[in-house]
Design a binder for this molecule. Structure first.
Ligand SMILES: [Zn+2]
Length: 421
C-alpha cells in the first residue's frame, strides 16, 4: 500500500495504533495474553477507558468487569444502541480478535459526535471475558450483561484453584452484585459487533468485509466403541473386534457427511479433534476407543439432521464390526440468527462503500450470541489473512480495517437516521 493510500484512510491508522498499544499489555513478554480478572485486564481497561473519554463518552465498569462507554441521546437515560466486542484474549493471541470491534466502535462514536448529538444513546462495550481461558465458563461478560450468567459459573476454578468469585473480589468486584450487570431488553435498542472473520471465506471471495447471517449452533459429543482387546500377533484379522479401526471408519463417515456442505447455504462443519484408544499398547488390539465430535451449523434443523445421519452411520459401522456403540451429548447450543432489520442496515452500509455484500454465518461463538437474548444483533466480519486467528500471525490489513470501520459507522448512522424523526 502506498503512503498516499494510507493518508486517505480516516480510521484505520488510528485503530491500528490502538490495537498495537493494547497488544503491548500482556502477561507474557513477546506474546499477547490478557486473561479475565488479571492485572493485564486492569491495564487494558484503563487504556480503553481513556480512549472512550477522549471520544466524549462517560465510562463505567459493570459488576463483572465489562467496560462501558456511553453518550446520551435526546432522552437522558434512554435505551441505547450498543456496539461491542471483547478485550480479553486467548494465550499467545493475535491483536485483532476482540479489540478491533471495541476500538472501531469508539472511532465510530467519536465520528458521530463530531456531527452532533445522537438522537438515541450510544454505548461501546468492551466485554471482560469472552474467551473463557482462565475459568472454564465462556462469554462471562456478555452473559452477565444479558442476565444469563449461570450462578454456578462463580464457583468455577482457574488453574491455581482460585474460584471466579474470589478472583472477582481480588479484582475489586463484588460477586454478590453480578446481577446488577444485567441489562433489560428495554435498555438496548440493538447490538452491533465488528469482528475479524477467523475463517477463510472473505479472503477466498476477495472481499474485505462480510455480513453475518447467524452464529452457528453447535453440538459437542463423545462417542465410544467397545470391542475386544487381544494379542496383536495371534488374533486373526477376520476375528478381530478392533475398536480403533471402527472409530477410524466413523471419523471418515463424519467427514464425508459434512464434506462440501460449507460452501452451501448450510455451512455445516464437523470435527473430530480428539481420539483415545485403550489399552494403548503397540502390541495389543484396541478394545475400546473414544472420540469427540464438534458439529456446527447456522441452521439447527440442518445440524440435527446431520447428527442423526452421523449417529446412524456410526451404529451401522459398529454393528458390522461387532462393536458396542455409545454416544453422549456433552453440550448443545442453538444457532443465533442475526436480526434481519439491523443486518439490512449493515448490508446497505457495505453496498454504500462499493463492496459486494457477502453473507456468511459465523462458525465461531461471539459475545453477540449472549446479547441476542435481550436485543436484536448484527455482526460485521473483517477479512483476516489466511483465516488465521487465536495465533500471533493473526492479521487484518489497514484497508480492510478501514472498510470494516466505515461499514460499522454506516450501519450505525443508518440506524440513527431511522430514529431521528
Ligand atoms: Zn473474539
Amino acid at each position: 500500500m502506498s503512503v498516499e493510500d494510507v493518508t486517505k484512510q480516516a480510521f484505520a491508522p488510528r485503530i491500528q495504533e490502538r490495537l498495537d498499544a493494547l497488544a503491548r499489555i500482556s502477561a507474557e513478554p513477546g506474546a499477547i495474553t490478557r486473561l479475565y480478572l488479571t492485572p493485564e485486564q486492569a491495564r487494558a481497561e484503563a487504556l480503553v477507558a481513556g480512549w472512550m473519554r477522549e471520544a466524549g463518552m462517560a465510562v463505567r465498569r459493570d459488576a463483572v468487569g465489562n467496560l462501558i462507554g456511553r453518550v446520551e441521546g435526546r432522552v437522558p437515560g434512554g435505551p441505547a444502541l450498543v456496539i461491542g466486542s471483547h478485550l480479553d484474549t486467548v494465550r499467545d493471541a493475535g491483536r485483532y480478535d476482540g479489540p478491533l470491534g471495541v476500538i472501531a466502535g469508539i472511532a465510530c462514536v467519536a465520528a458521530l459526535l463530531r456531527e452532533g448529538p445522537p438522537p438515541v444513546a450510544l454505548e461501546v462495550v468492551g466485554f471482560a471475558d469472552e474467551e473463557g481461558v482462565r475459568f472454564s465458563a465462556t462469554l462471562t461478560g456478555s452473559r452477565a450483561f444479558s442476565g444469563h450468567l449461570d450462578p454456578a459459573a462463580l464457583r468455577t476454578l482457574d488453574a491455581a484453584g482460585t474460584t471466579l468469585a474470589a478472583a472477582m473480589r481480588a479484582y475489586g468486584l463484588d460477586p454478590g452484585a453480578v446481577r446488577t450487570a444485567a441489562r433489560t431488553p428495554q435498555t438496548i435498542l440493538g447490538y452491533v459487533e465488528l469482528h475479524i472473520e477467523q475463517g477463510p471465506m472473505l479472503e477466498r471471495a476477495g472481499v474485505p468485509v462480510g455480513l453475518v447471517t447467524a452464529i452457528s449452533g453447535a453440538s459437542r459429543l463423545e462417542l465410544t466403541l467397545t470391542g475386544e482387546a487381544g494379542h496383536a500377533g495371534t488374533v486373526a484379522m477376520t476375528e478381530r473386534r478392533d475398536a480403533l479401526a471402527g472409530a477410524a471408519e466413523c471419523v471418515l463417515a463424519i467427514e464425508a457427511r459434512c464434506a462440501g456442505q460449507e460452501l452451501q447455504a448450510e455451512h455445516l462443519v464437523g470435527t473430530v479433534g480428539r481420539i483415545q484408544a485403550w489399552p494403548g499398547a503397540v502390541n495389543t488390539i484396541p478394545g475400546r476407543a473414544r472420540f469427540s465430535l464438534d458439529l456446527r451449523a447456522p441452521d439447527d434443523g440442518q445440524r440435527r439432521a446431520a447428527l442423526a445421519d452421523i449417529e446412524a452411520a456410526c451404529r451401522r459401522i459398529a454393528v458390522r464390526r461387532r462393536l458396542a456403540f455409545g454416544l453422549a451429548l456433552l453440550h448443545e447450543a442453538e444457532a443465533v440468527p442475526c436480526d434481519p432489520a439491523l443486518t439490512a442496515l449493515v448490508g446497505a452500509a457495505i453496498a454504500a462503500e462499493g463492496f459486494p455484500v457477502l453473507a456468511l454465518p459465523s462458525g465461531a461463538g461471539h459475545d453477540g450470541m449472549a446479547v441476542a437474548a435481550i436485543a436484536p444483533i448484527a455482526m460485521v466480519f473483517v477479512r483476516c489473512r489466511g483465516g488465521i486467528s487465536h495465533n500471533p500471525a493473526e492479521f487484518a490489513s489497514l484497508p480492510d480495517i478501514e472498510a470494516g470501520a466505515r461499514v460499522l459507522l454506516g450501519a450505525v448512522r443508518g440506524f440513527l437516521a431511522g430514529r431521528s424523526g
